[in-house]
Design a protein around this ligand. Structure first.
Ligand code: ADP
Ligand code: MG
Length: 382
């Protein structure tokens, strides 16, 4: 629904004009499975967002509704004890919990939520919901909070209250996205650097339409494989606190002790961190071909060394490689399904997207959804 329609419906029900908080989804351009290894990621905020219309109401509750789940309103007590309800409203309650723990006193209010970020597609509808709700709750409480702090509060909401493992990338990108710039995030120091996206490119996201059951279990297994590798590397060099600290020469020295799998996992992470920084330099130099090649290299590493791709994602990347206007492509997100991200010459996204979709449909039997975006601004409230 449009934002005007959301405002109107809210106004009809509560007899007053709401304010609106918005927060975008995100896509990670490069830097996959590096976040939990203290490394680098490079997301952009995307043009799709979650919007929350809000206004104070009498009473002691938040009255919450989402167009994505059009059942009865959910009512959440403010200032009281919290219990998970086991549904989407836990994301809202999680943010309330997180902010109340930071001494934010949220008054009774109505929050109506609408989003055009596809749910569960890997474009972080969850962080966009949290950040948009967080912006609304802070405004209601008349409490100002630096963007980084709200992003961390949202990350705590999802990891500690909802109980989903997630890093800081998603809420950082949603809250602090920059119009026309990617965000280089150092997951160790949390330092954020804006990197201008050359106007000559746009980003095409293609959804494979699959999510394999393995995803969660394999994700946890990769994390522990990385921890094991760190232990081995630490024995050779005590300065190693995480795979972030490993350089290629140490990796080669440790090869025999790491074992075949450990070595390949570590090689992906070490190489991927290098690729993120090199990709940033390519963007700064506007060397688009070089940037594109890094995306293909990232995909190959995720496929061959990290073992988190699947036939559908490989097919999408190979089809993209055959398109002249595609500079580079790779799987984005945890893998085993979800989306690919394609760096495309500006203006070519729609045609290239149609061609990739047609060929993928021929091979995989399903027509993929796709979205074209540029780096979008982060969250706003007005
Ligand atoms: P992703 O973040 O990749 O879209 P997640 O599984 O992390 O996928 O988050 C999706 C969940 O977030 C949904 O199942 C729902 O519980 C919640 N959610 C996201 N957007 C909305 C929305 N607009 N309204 C209600 N719940 C939402
Ligand atoms: Mg999510």
């Amino acid at each position: 629904m449009t934002e005007d329609a959301l405002r109107r419906e809210f106004g009809d029900r509560f007899g007053r004009e709401p304010r609106v908080s918005r927060a975008p989804g995100r896509v990670n351009l490069i830097g996959e499975h590096t976040d939990y290894n203290d490394g680098f990621v490079l997301p952009i905020a995307i043009g799709m967002s979650t919007r929350v219309a809000f206004a104070p109401v009498p009473g002691r509750e938040l009255i919450v509704r989402s167009t994505a789940f059009p059942q009865a309103d959910v009512r959440l007590a403010v200032g009281g004890d919290r219990a998970r309800r086991g549904d989407w409203s836990d994301y809202v309650q999680g943010v309330l919990w997180s902010l109340e723990a930071a001494s934010v006193r949220v008054p009774a209010a109505a929050l109506w939520i609408d989003s055009d970020v596809p749910l569960g597609a890997g474009l972080s509808s969850s962080a966009s919901l949290e950040v948009a709700v967080g912006g609304a709750l802070l405004a209601l409480a008349e409490h100002s909070m630096p963007g980084e702090e709200l992003a961390l509060a949202c990350q705590r909401a999802e990891s500690e209250f909802v109980g989903t493992r997630c890093g800081i990338m998603d809420p950082f990108a949603s809250r602090l996205g920059r119009d026309g710039a990617a965000l280089l995030l150092d997951c160790r120091s949390r330092q954020l650097t804006a990197v201008a996206m050359p106007p000559a490119v746009e980003v095409l996201i293609v959804h494979s339409g699959v999510r394999h059951d393995l995803a969660a279990g394999e994700y946890n297994r990769r994390r522990s494989e990385c921890e094991t590798a760190v232990g081995v590397l630490q024995a050779l060099d005590p300065r190693v606190g995480s795979l972030r600290d490993v350089d290629p020469s140490l990796l080669e020295r440790a090869r025999g002790r790491l074992g075949r799998v450990g070595y390949r996992r570590a090689r992906h992470v070490v190489g991927e961190n290098t690729r993120v920084l090199a990709f940033v330099e390519d963007l700064r130099a506007v060397d688009l071909e070089a940037a594109g090649r890094r995306l293909f290299a990232s995909h190959a590493s995720l496929r061959d060394d990290y073992d988190v791709s699947c036939a559908e994602l490989d097919a999408l990347v190979e089809i993209a490689r055959g398109q002249e206007a595609v500079l580079g492509a790779r799987l984005t997100g945890g893998g085993f399904g979800g989306c690919t991200v394609n760096l495309v010459r500006a203006g070519h996204g729609p045609l290239v997207g149609d061609r990739i979709a047609a060929e993928y449909e021929r091979r995989a039997g399903r027509r993929p959804e796709r979205w074209i975006t540029r780096a979008a601004p982060g969250a706003t409230v007005d």
